[in-house]
Design a protein around this ligand. Structure first.
Ligand code: ADE
Length: 241
């Protein structure tokens, strides 16, 4: 593996990784768009961290599926990476063994839990089910868990969302991965996710409070896992063992 693109949404999610790898901001990034790209070399791998930047109208990070699609597409066009990693934070399901601070690698297919379309043929389209590269071997070497990653555009989840996530055996819930995986499927680019748990979807705490409380700790763990993971990818063929 010689080139890895890491697509991330928020500045705070990316900052510890960008600092750990001493990446430099790409001066001639995508023109006229808010995305911020950082690149550099680590263990012989060209690493690009592509963040979504800030929405100038609302003054907050661009998150969710729309910026994820556009940023992923442009990053793949520019770098033609061997693999895309959709990395960031997620809510975990205690019922599936998740604990705040866990780092999960993706398993099986990426699914959407908030695209409910009860028209023949479109129901399955709504769920997406775009495949993740099998990274169970890598997860074992990293001491990370593996599980199904489920994507939607809300921080909370409706009852129906929660039922669908349970039916799909989701271990973590976040807001970009299936959208990134769709672009990777379109462009024949391998993809997997690395997600650090900031909050428990089925726990007692308020999600937003729990997320903000654990963000620094979780993104630190995410960065530590990513640094190790990129080194392993640099030594490895494809698919990784
Ligand atoms: N990112 C972190 N926690 C999340 C949650 N509970 N839902 C969606 N995205 C998240």
């Amino acid at each position: 593996v010689t080139s890895v693109a890491v697509v991330m949404a928020m500045r705070s999610e990316a900052a510890p990784l960008v600092a750990s790898l001493r990446l430099r901001e790409v001066a001639d990034g995508p023109e006229g768009l808010p995305f911020r790209w950082y690149d550099g070399e680590h263990h012989g791998v060209l690493v690009t961290v592509a963040t979504n930047g800030v929405d100038s109208r609302h003054g907050v990070d661009n998150i969710g599926t729309n910026p994820a699609v556009l940023n992923t597409w442009l990053t793949i066009e520019q770098y033609r990476p061997d693999v895309v990693v959709t990395a960031g934070t997620a809510g975990g399901f205690a019922a599936r063994g998740a604990v705040v601070g866990d780092v999960y690698l993706s398993e099986g297919d990426f699914v959407f839990h908030d695209r409910r379309i009860a028209v023949p043929g479109f129901t399955e389209y709504g769920f997406g089910r775009y495949p993740s590269t099998d990274v169970t071997g890598l997860a074992g070497r990293l001491g990370a868990k593996t599980g199904v990653v489920s994507t939607g555009n809300s921080l909370d989840g409706t009852e129906v969302d929660l039922q669908l996530m349970a039916a799909n055996n989701a271990s973590v819930k976040e807001m970009e991965a299936a959208a990134v995986a769709w672009v990777c499927w379109l462009s024949d680019t391998p993809v997997f996710a690395v997600k650090a748990v900031t909050d428990l979807v089925d726990g007692p705490a308020d999600t937003a409070e729990e997320f903000l409380q654990n963000l620094t700790m979780a993104t630190g763990r995410l960065a530590a896992t990513m640094v190790e993971l990129i080194a392993l990818l640099g030594e490895s063929g494809w698919p990784p063992e």
